[in-house]
Structures are given as C-alpha cells and as structure tokens.
Design a protein around this ligand. Sequence first.
Ligand code: NAG
Ligand code: NAG
Ligand code: NAG
Ligand code: NAG
Ligand code: NAG
Ligand code: NAG
Ligand code: NAG
Ligand code: NAG
Length: 358
Amino acid sequence: MNTLISILYLALIGLVTALPSSLIPRQDISGPASAFKSCVSLQNSCNATMVNLSNFYNYTSCFLLTACLSGMENPAQVLNVSQAPATQPRLAESVFYAITNRNSYMTQQNYIDAYYHQISITPGGSYPDDITDVADQWSTIAAWTGFCATGNIPYANLADWLAYSSVPGVCPAVASCNTSTTVPTIQVIPCVPQPITDNGSCTEMATQCQFWVTQGLFQNEYCVLASFCYAWSNTDVLLQQVYPLNTSPMPTTALEAKLSEAVFYNMTGGAASMTQQNVIDAYYGGLTGTWTSLGGRLEGMPNKTDNDGPYPTSTDYVIEFWGIISAWTGFCDTRTIPYDKLADYLSFAATSEDHPTC
Ligand SMILES: *[C@@H]1O[C@H](CO)[C@@H](O)[C@H](O)[C@H]1NC(C)=O
Ligand SMILES: *[C@@H]1O[C@H](CO)[C@@H](O)[C@H](O)[C@H]1NC(C)=O
Ligand SMILES: *[C@@H]1O[C@H](CO)[C@@H](O)[C@H](O)[C@H]1NC(C)=O
Ligand SMILES: *[C@@H]1O[C@H](CO)[C@@H](O)[C@H](O)[C@H]1NC(C)=O
Ligand SMILES: *[C@@H]1O[C@H](CO)[C@@H](O)[C@H](O)[C@H]1NC(C)=O
Ligand SMILES: *[C@@H]1O[C@H](CO)[C@@H](O)[C@H](O)[C@H]1NC(C)=O
Ligand SMILES: *[C@@H]1O[C@H](CO)[C@@H](O)[C@H](O)[C@H]1NC(C)=O
Ligand SMILES: *[C@@H]1O[C@H](CO)[C@@H](O)[C@H](O)[C@H]1NC(C)=O
C-alpha cells in the first residue's frame, strides 16, 4: 500500500466504525472516505417514509445509492441493508429517462449530475471531495455491462446490472474499465461464469467439495462434480476458491492425482462409461442432504444435514456442462464418456487451449 492509500484506508476504517456495520465495504475499499460518506448519506433520501421498499428502483435516490456502492456492495446487499425485499421490479423507466433527459442511454455525465443533484436535496447529504470517485462508481457499472469504451449504458443493460450482478455465476463483461491497474490492493478471486439455470448450485457443490478437497480434487464425488460444473471456468480456479486465499503454494490441477476409479464406478453404478443421466443423478444427489461444519472448512469432521440444494432451476444446467465435457472428450454424439477420457478431461482441460462445443 502506498502512503496515500493507507491514509485513506485508515480514514475509511474510522468512518466505517461510525456507520451501520452492515454497510462495511466487503471488497474494494480504495475509494476515498468522503465519497463513501457521501454515498451512504443518500440513505437519508432512499429511507424516506414515502419510499415503497417493494419497488426500490422506482426511486432515484435508491437507484443512486445502489450505483454509488457499486465497488463495495452488490445490489442484493444494498437491498438487504436497506431492509428491502430481495425480489424487485426492474429499474423504473421513469427514473432512468429522467436522469438521461429522455435519451436511450445514461452517460457518465448524466450519472454525475444526478448524483450531485440528489445530494443537494438529501437531508444531511454530504458531497464527495473528488468528482473522480463518482466517475469511478459509474466505471464499475460500465465494466459490468461492457460499455467501457463510451461509458454510455442503455436502459436494458443498466436494469440487468441491478437485477443480475448479484447472482452467483453472472460475471462482469470485464473486471475493470481501467486497463492500467497493475497492482490490485485486494486480491480478486476470478468470477466463475455460469448460466442463470445454475441457481447457485455450483457454488454449493464447491462448498461441499471444500470439506473433502484435501483428499485430492478428483478423489471424492463432490469435488469431481464441482470440477464438472466449473466447465465454464477451470479447475485451477476451483482450487483457488476452495482453498484459503493465503494458501501457499496454491494447489493446481496439474499436481492433482488422476480421477479415482472408485469414484468413477460409483457414479456409473459399475458401468465402464458415464452417461448424462449418471451425471444428472449424481449432481442432484450431491446437493441432497448437504454437509455442514461448525469448525473450519478444511479441518474438523463435517456433519450430514437434511438441508437440500440449491438445485439448478432445470436439468438443462447439468446437460450444458456435460455438453462441454462431451465436446472436449469427443463424445458429442452419445454424451457417454469412458473412464480414461474423463480422467484426461479432469487432469488436462484446465491448461488446455481447446474449448470445443457440441
Ligand atoms: C431511516 O430513517 C429514520 C427516520 O428518519 C432514521 O431514524 C434512520 O436512522 C434511517 N436509517 C438509515 C439507515 O439511514
Ligand atoms: C409497492 O410496490 C409494489 C411493487 O410494484 C406494488 O405491488 C405495491 O402496490 C406498492 N405499494 C404501494 C403502497 O404503493
Ligand atoms: C413509483 O413512483 C411514482 C412517483 O415517484 C409513484 O407515483 C408510483 O406510485 C410508484 N409506483 C409504485 C409501484 O410504488
Ligand atoms: C438480510 O440478510 C439476512 C442474512 O442473510 C437475512 O436474515 C435477512 O432476512 C435479510 N433481510 C431482508 C430484508 O431481506
Ligand atoms: C487506473 O488505475 C491506476 C492505478 O490504480 C490509477 O493510477 C489511474 O488513475 C486509473 N485510471 C483511471 C482512468 O481511472
Ligand atoms: C457412492 O455413491 C453413493 C450414492 O450415490 C454415495 O452415497 C457414496 O458416498 C459414494 N461413494 C463414494 C466413494 O464416492
Ligand atoms: C456434529 O454434530 C455433533 C452432534 O450433533 C456436534 O456435537 C458437533 O459439534 C458437530 N460437528 C461439527 C463440526 O459441526
Ligand atoms: C434456487 O435457489 C433458491 C435460493 O437458494 C432456492 O430457494 C430455490 O429452491 C432454488 N431452485 C430450485 C429449483 O431448487
């Protein structure tokens, strides 16, 4: 950390202790304290008695509060700390078009103008010291929606950001619009892209894997299933997610032992090849009666619970990741994969440049 950043960091920590603990930034705390304080002051408007919390994005102040927290809290977290229901109607068009002066997209300047105007009419509204921080908030949303080049974000994309950017597996178009960011102050875990049908199931499978991963990534059924649903990413990323960030050296796929035959034949019911149906059954089975632990993830014996899911919203989800694996192994026609080919996929796909589809 350079001196300026550490001073800001300390200022922010001091500020944060004076604010509701639920608004402590979880990710990027590099933004200067005055911008954060300014942003949080919008709560005094979003919190007005006439606000219908079941239609959160019908209010400019609540939209702006969500937008200005973009680098720290995702929209779902902002709803939660605002005591608003998690399910919301899309961004009101009236809010959007009032800010854009009837234009079909919102520019960075529109956002900045709306932000300063809202602060001016907010009781106890606090201005940020530096306009750059407000521009940076917009930049975060421009990166997610993929409009870094112009910073002009159309209605549908902005509404999508509010609706989907908190969903596990929905990744930003790009991580940042700032390509010159060389030294991230906080290590960023790669986002794992997932279709919307995933419904958080793959994250849960990775959590289950975490209990057993020290046995080897391909030596237990949960980690094999998590490796499957990481088909849109890769198993090196899975390892980074299941091991603590400070693990050194971080295990890699290349060092993991080959797929266990016991696990393979258990999943196929003894057959020489794994069918799509085998995988569907195993995936849903793995999410039924999940394990939990009071102790650490990697140590301490977990206990089986009668908690289930979240399951995918459709078996199409499993069919999709098995399709990626079938393509890589050359079995698009039958989607039935023999042991050796599946073991190769698990050991080598992470470092392969080959991404065929069926
Ligand atoms: C919401 O408004 C009430 C009444 O004006 C106030 O007491 C409360 O502190 C506000 N909450 C937040 C989180 O700003
Ligand atoms: C609040 O918003 C919801 C969702 O649009 C709507 O169904 C409800 O009628 C609104 N309540 C009031 C009091 O306007
Ligand atoms: C949305 O806000 C407008 C005015 O700000 C209000 O007239 C309308 O009733 C609100 N809609 C809902 C569903 O709360
Ligand atoms: C906020 O999240 C907590 C923890 O997940 C949950 O218990 C609470 O019900 C949520 N609040 C709202 C308003 O959804
Ligand atoms: C990009 O990030 C670097 C390093 O964090 C910073 O110095 C620079 O001002 C940023 N550029 C823009 C355009 O925000
Ligand atoms: C074999 O499969 C059963 C049921 O699907 C499961 O309960 C068991 O843990 C599996 N055994 C191994 C070694 O993976
Ligand atoms: C497992 O369950 C037992 C008894 O229900 C409990 O005492 C123990 O703390 C649990 N262990 C963990 C790691 O959660
Ligand atoms: C999707 O996830 C939600 C939240 O975890 C859960 O309540 C729901 O049951 C899941 N859908 C299915 C089909 O399991």
